[in-house]
Each structure stands twice: as structure tokens, then as C-alpha cells.
Design a protein. Sequence first.
Length: 223
Amino acid sequence: MIASRAIAWGLLAILAAGTPAIAASPDILWRIVSECVAPDTADYCARCRWPVDDRCGGRRGCTDTTDVWGETPEYVAIRDIKMCGCPPGFVHGLALPRARVSGVEDPRRPEGLWSFAWEVARSHIADESEIALVVNPRAARTQDQLHVHLVRLAPGARQRMTAGTPGRAPALDRVWAVAAEQAAGAGLADYGVLVAKEERAPGFVVFVTGTSPEFAFTAAVCR
């Protein structure tokens, strides 16, 4: 069972703020996973730059802290920086492996990450037909730690996906295999993946694109 903790996360605001030494680093998410999601570890406050709220003293806001939505021994889910300053109801989370995995191109990408991500997304988005799980292609990401975006589908996104003849996965542990087959058929060496629930049948829609599906098909930011 996923153990949820109401903690606060913000770290990637530093990217948005444009701090040069941090903005150039593709390892921020890895540093969060390896240094900030376990506040009971020794020297936590010395090691973690974006600690769990109230653990290291001082008044810290959304953009300076870590919010863990759920975790298992293999995975952890956190609130994305894009939620900071947004109204209630807007959802954008990230699900990540605790092991070092670079992205969609990494042969070590874990099958179980999709199921974990879906369960966490369900706890924040009540209507499963609205849930979208997204991994961006290597060319369109800023971080080299695999992360699944937990977001809502944008209006009209499902119709545009189905018009592109997506693949189908009977279960979430088949997503990587189906995505790889779809990408090979389309001649894509680098690709993004979007997963949504089938509307009229069991299973999941697996949509593959050579560009980022995050902003093209989901409500990735609040307006």
C-alpha cells in the first residue's frame, strides 16, 4: 500500500527562477529522491537543500520544500513545482523510481512505476477518465531522472490521441512494451508516452509521440 504523507515540495522553482548553477543541472530530481524524501536519515538537514516542511527550521514556502504524496520501497511521488501558487483542484505530481534511471531510453526503466503512478494519481484526481500519465522524450526534458507526470487530460486531448491510432495495454505493466512497439512502428528513436484509461473497455490507451505530450495533451499548468 502506498504510504501518503502530507509534506510540502517545491525545489524546481529554482529552475523557474533561473539560478544559473542549479538551472544547468539535470540532476535536481535525483537529488530530491536521494537526499530529501527521507527526513529521518542522518544529517538530513545538512544534505537536503529542499527539506520536508518544518523539519529543518525556518519558514519555508511551497517553492523551498518537499511534498511527498506517496511512497513504496521502489518509488516515490511528489508534488511538481507547477502546483505552487495554483488554485485548489489543480493537480500536477511526479512519480519517480528511487533507483537511478535516466529516462524513457534507459533499459532499467521499471515496469511497476506506471501502476504506482496511477494509484497516486487516483488519490488526487477522482475521475479516472481524466487522469493522464506522461513521460517526456529525452529531447524535451530538463531532468535525467525518470519521472512520470500525474496530470489531467486537456479538453479534446482524448479525441486527438485516438485519431492518431494509439496502442492499447491490457494492464499498466505492459505500457513500456506497447510504447516501444508503437515507437518502432512510427520510426521514433526518442519518444514521449501518454497513458490514459480506456473509455469503453478495460485497459489503457498508450499514445506515443516524438515531441512532449505534457503540454500538448494535458493541463500541465494552471492559468
